[in-house]
Design a binder for this molecule. Structure first.
Ligand code: ADP
Ligand code: MG
Length: 500
């Protein structure tokens, strides 16, 4: 507490601890600045005592505002580098003191050390930012990965059609393929880095989630929601935390698009998608839900950029728009094997449609599998953890006149094999990649297959021909071994020798 002459009247025990300056050292002096600064300058209470309120911005630029509750009082938050070991964050308030006649007699300033709180907040923001970046990175990496697969697939096709004498073209394709595989490896690393964003899916009802979540971003606004959610919606497999984020981002956008208030319509229905729908979705059952507002709408040129990270038309700060909302929605929906799309007219409104695959019950799966196999072609099951390899194998086998099915790991291979045996459409042969097979060893997987079909024709494909399973493949029950990478000609010979 300062008197009118800036001398300290009262210095309590808490500020003794904070500043390490004893009351007896400073009471009666004007040395209070020493607690906070390295050089002499006015503190907030000094400016109030002098009634020089106009000088406050100059000394406390952007860190301090007039109190909403008390006249002649100010409050602020600032970092004081000279205070404490690594500096200290203080929240401070200062107010004028007047006597009963209204004469100014001094000022009081109170300080609160909020360093820990501040650091925790910063940490949280960092985590949140990383989380959104992780989701983004993952989405981008997955897109890149499928683009690269398409490129590699075509390089491979070009390679098998190039004439033998065209060495230059062949070399060029080799180099392109190598670079493509390296890029693929890079995207894999990026995906691993961002695994945090992978959905943990459970079968759930999108209607309940919409009812629980949609209104939250509308609190304290004159925007309301109207639900049209039928009772017979199919369940979906989703990560409810992530899907809530999607709903909230869309609802915030709707709210921000209707500054004068209004109604947001939330609808859902079951839909079966087929190829003629021209949507980037596999054929099958989906639940389609939408968020429709009658707000400002989106111009045509902005519509193309909507899902881009950091694309925003909102003023930063005002609505805290940073342009990640839709980018995150896109990435989350994509990870759920769904699709999100936006229809909008300026001045009329915006509808965002989200498609999520309906959760299939076991019964459905069994029924679907029976119609799969192409009539005459012999079928081969390929287990390989690498998507490019699976793609390439598919092309090679098709080229050699076989139909193929693919498993990413041992568990999937066993499941597919079992299903084929049950449906009495067994595979003519299986090709097992020895390098990565999930939790099971490749020998263990073969044992399981032999259990189902004692005469299973299994080929092991491995990188190291000296590995015992490769060199002694017969002892393990394999019919053949091929060293990776192998050419289409090798594959042809191996398959011919098996006399499928
Ligand atoms: P942000 O909301 O932070 O700006 P978003 O990714 O959520 O970022 O949205 C990007 C941009 O898309 C917005 O700035 C806005 O221009 C436009 N937009 C999204 N949803 C709507 C909507 N419902 N109505 C009008 N414009 C929208
Ligand atoms: Mg937004």
């Amino acid at each position: 507490m300062l008197g009118k002459d800036h001398r300290i009247i009262y210095w309590n025990g808490a500020i003794e601890v904070l500043s390490k300056i004893k009351a007896e050292e400073v009471t009666g002096t004007t040395n209070h600045w020493k607690a906070f600064y390295n050089t002499e300058r006015p503190c907030m209470a000094d400016l109030l005592v002098d009634e020089s309120l106009e000088a406050i911005p100059q000394w406390y630029y952007g860190t301090c505002v007039k109190s909403k509750l008390i006249d002649e009082a100010f409050e602020g938050t600032d970092f004081f580098p000279a205070l404490g070991e690594n500096g200290t964050w203080l929240r401070f308030t200062a107010a004028v003191i007047r006597d009963s006649a209204g004469n100014l007699i001094g000022a009081v300033e109170t300080l609160e050390d909020i360093t820990e709180q501040k650091l925790a907040e910063e940490e949280l923001t960092k985590v949140k930012r990383l989380e959104s970046l992780g989701i983004l990175a993952d989405g981008i990496a997955h897109d890149f990965s499928s683009l690269l697969s398409a490129i590699l697939r075509n390089i491979f096709l070009a390679k098998i059609s190039v004439a033998d004498e065209d060495k230059i073209l062949e070399q060029g394709l080799e180099i392109a393929e190598k670079a493509g595989l390296q890029a693929k490896e890079l995207t894999n690393r990026l995906i691993t880095f961002s695994q945090g964003g992978n959905p943990i899916r459970k079968i759930a009802s999108i209607a309940s989630l919409l009812r629980e979540t949609a209104a939250i971003p509308l609190q304290d606004s004159n925007v309301h929601c109207n639900f049209d959610l039928p009772d017979d919606l199919w369940p979906v497999e989703m990560d409810d935390k992530q899907m809530k984020q999607v709903v909230q981002n869309l609802m915030s956008n709707a709210r921000e698009a209707m500054p004068d208030g209004g109604v947001v319509y939330i609808r859902a229905h079951n839909i079966v998608i087929s190829a003629k729908d021209n949507l980037p979705l596999k054929e099958g059952k989906y639940v389609k839900w939408s968020v429709e507002d009658h707000g400002i709408g989106i111009t045509k040129e902005n519509r193309e950029k909507l899902f881009e990270p950091y694309f925003t038309t909102k003023q930063k700060g005002e609505t805290k728009g940073i342009g990640l909302g839709l980018a995150i929605c896109y990435s989350i929906v994509k990870k759920h094997d769904g699709f999100i799309t936006v229809y909008s007219e300026p001045q009329t409104g915006t509808t965002v449609d989200v498609y999520l695959p309906a959760a299939l019950t076991e019964g459905h799966l069994d029924k679907d599998s029976s119609g799969l196999s192409p009539a005459d072609k012999k079928r081969i099951l390929v287990m390989d953890s690498d998507e490019v390899m699976r793609d390439i194998m598919g092309i090679m086998l098709n080229f050699l006149g076989y139909a193929s099915e693919f498993a990413r790991d041992g568990e999937e291979a066993i499941r597919l094999y079992e299903r084929a045996v049950d449906a009495e459409q067994p595979f003519a042969a299986v090709i097992l990649d020895s390098t990565l097979s999930g939790s099971k060893s490749v020998e263990g997987i073969l044992q399981k297959l032999i259990g189902m079909e004692p005469h299973v024709k299994a080929i092991i494909a491995g990188g190291d021909p000296d590995h015992p399973v490769m060199s002694e493949f017969r002892m393990y029950g394999f019919s053949a071994a091929v060293t990776k990478p192998y050419s289409i000609d090798t594959l042809k010979i191996v398959l011919n020798n098996l006399q499928l």
